[in-house]
Ligand binder design. Structure first.
Ligand code: AGP
Length: 607
């Protein structure tokens, strides 16, 4: 989950590289660095921490040169120090890398065995030395890189500069994404189209195993077997999405408040709202006869899939197998012939999810991708892409993507239920109407923000928080806990409310806030009986429910957050606002870096 960029420019490249890195910071921000070729010689600046530290370093000691590479890092091998920051250099090459080389230790032994003293703890430095040894043996830059790639086991996207070769930049991809940008007398490499958006919208995506040799005249691309291949250049839409915070303090809060609008965009693509009917694209599978659906994802995207499991099974009577991708890909799951596997991913680049997709593809499954980035690796590996139209999500904690995933999944559930005959037209209209009302209900939910801020302030004084729910409120309890821990660094756990008495109830005392997601649905009574168990043990109960239900508990609970009167089918989408705002404001009070929480990255492109 690092970001890499390279430029063969017609003018000084350092400022453009830093600007591109700023668009890649969502991929990781433990350190950043840049190297340029000036008069054929490599020069480098690196800085620990955020990109602003590299900008300061460049302000003190500018870099010149018309060829350069840059990197923003999420640490895998080696602590997030300046010494481990990319680019890694030898007298002959400079290398930036996104990925993990699994056999770097044995390769490192070979390098040190050749008398080389390593300067860092990284796998990337090993790559730089291996390429240099091949150059020293007389190979051309392209042959030296090709020979080195054959020895690497693991995942890599690379950009490489060569001393004395001002008009040469080599890129290679095996796993993490890498794109070639076509400029006017300039050429570029980048982890994604967003990074290159200020420079070009003409993008060629490299495929796994590709090696690209760039000069200012263009790119020659070779496949894993070393054969020249043509990869199509396409007009990227990423350039249309130049984003800023507007008058919000953080991208996250901006994206929370964008949800009514972008959910409307998503629903407009999957339903005929004027007639309360579903309008899905042509599906490559027949839901009427589908026996089982596999869903795979990570993090918040997995939680969206978990909500959808309840919907598919209850409304469409379709059994769903769902798992987190990092487990699924190694379980060797026996899959039904001609099954349908749906992969949910905001970035479309999550390595575990992509690996699970490739496993299912190899098992003959039809592949669906529910993504926010339609040019992503997961989208390109699918038989059908279902975009979520959330617009770029910059905050590392996923908010609008989550609710847009839920909106699109809800539409797919209704489509499947119609195909399977488990709902009639009247029920279809009712469910579509309930979806159409989500944006309005979200506006009501926003009105709880001041009350949520007060609760959030109280949470900053505790160390453990529990979120409990039943039915589709159980995944929402997981999401509330995930949001709170990844943003505020407080320990929070989400649990099925009915599971409390099987152990976790031992945690309950007057120091532990327990947040109950208990909308007024068919499981409300069951959930509040668990709430009474907590209250009876002096637990601090915070109830999230409709107003009249909250009134029943006045005086017996510490606090509450009111839910709008939305249909139970769409309540997980509407109630997401409550847990998002709670996590956001707790983080603000804690003073954490809301848009880029420590240790995280927006797109986890390594396993
Ligand atoms: C969500 O708030 C987290 N940042 C994280 O769990 C994220 O959902 C997960 O990494 C999956 O990312 P994806 O949707 O891009 O695949």
């Amino acid at each position: 989950m690092c970001g890499i960029v390279g430029i063969l420019g017609t003018a000084e490249v350092a400022p453009h590289i830093v600007d591109a890195l700023a668009l890649l910071e969502y991929r990781g921000y433990d350190s950043a660095g840049i190297a340029t070729l000036d008069g054929g010689k490599i020069d480098r600046r690196r800085a620990e921490g955020k990109l602003r530290n590299l900008r300061n370093s460049l302000a003190e000691a500018p870099l010149s040169g018309r060829s350069g590479i840059g990197h923003t890092r999420w640490a895998t091998h080696g602590a997030p120090t300046k010494g481990n920051a990319h680019p890694h250099v030898t007298p002959r090459v400079a290398v930036v890398h996104n990925g993990i080389i699994e056999n770097y230790r044995e390769l490192g032994d070979e390098v040190t065995g050749a008398g080389i003293v390593l300067q860092s703890e990284t796998d990337t430095e090993i790559i730089a030395h291996l390429i240099t040894l091949e150059l020293d043996a007389g190979k051309t830059p392209q042959a030296a890189v090709a020979a080195t790639l054959k020895r690497l086991r693991g995942a890599f996207a690379l950009a490489i500069l060569f001393t004395g070769h001002d008009d040469l930049l080599i890129g290679a991809r095996h796993g993490p994404p890498l794109a070639v940008g076509h400029g006017d007398g300039e050429m570029y490499l980048g982890s994604d189209a967003i990074a290159l958006a200020p420079l070009t919208s003409s993008i060629t995506y490299l495929e796994d195993g590709d090696l690209a040799v760039l000069t200012r005249q263009g790119a020659e691309i070779y496949d894993a077997g070393g054969k020249p291949v043509q990869r199509p250049a396409q007009q990227s839409v990423a350039s249309a999405f130049r984003v800023d915070k507007g008058n919000y303090h953080h991208f996250m809060i901006k994206e929370i408040f964008e949800q009514p609008e972008v959910i409307g965009h998503t629903l407009a693509h999957y339903s005929d709202l004027a007639n309360d009917r579903i309008a899905m694209p042509e599906m490559p599978v027949d839901f009427a006869t589908l026996e089982r659906l596999t869903i795979c994802a990570c993090g918040t995207a997995y939680i969206a899939g978990l909500v959808a499991k309840y919907w598919f099974e209850k409304v469409a009577r379709l059994p769903v197998d769902i798992d987190i991708a990092s487990e699924f890909r190694y379980r060797e799951v026996p899959l039904a012939a001609q099954g349908f596997a749906l992969f949910i991913s905001q970035s479309g680049e999550t390595a575990d999810t992509l690996a699970a997709l490739n496993y299912c593809k190899g098992a003959g499954q039809t592949i669906g991708a529910l993504v926010n980035v339609t040019e992503s690796s997961i989208a390109r590996g699918a038989d059908i892409v279902l975009p979520i139209y959330a617009g770029p999500e910059i905050g590392v904690a996923s908010t609008k993507a989550f609710t847009c995933q839920l909106a699109a999944l809800a539409a797919l559930v209704i489509f499947a239920a119609k195909a399977r005959g488990t709902i009639d037209e009247a029920e279809e209209r009712r469910l579509v109407r309930s979806l159409a009302e989500v944006p309005r209900h979200m506006l009501d939910a926003f009105r709880q923000e001041e009350k949520i801020k007060t609760i959030a302030q109280g949470l900053t004084k505790v160390r453990d928080i529990l979120f409990l729910g039943r039915g589709t409120s159980f995944p929402l309890a997981l999401e509330g806990a995930l949001k709170l821990k990844e943003l505020s660094y407080l320990h929070a756990e989400g649990y099925a409310a009915g599971e409390l008495k099987h152990g976790p109830i031992a945690l309950i005392d007057q120091t532990v806030p327990v947040i109950f997601l208990a909308p007024d649905d068919d499981l409300y009574e069951k959930t509040v009986s668990n709430m009474a168990e907590v209250a009876a043990r002096g637990g601090r109960v915070i109830l999230i429910s409709q107003n009249d239900r909250i009134a029943e508990w006045q005086g017996r609970i510490e606090s509450s957050i009111e839910l709008p009167d939305a249909d139970p089918f769409v309540m997980p989408i509407v109630a997401a606002v409550s847990v998002q705002l709670l996590a956001y404001h707790t983080a603000v009070f804690m003073g954490t870096d809301v848009d880029q929480p420590r240790n995280l990255a927006k797109s986890v492109t390594v396993e």
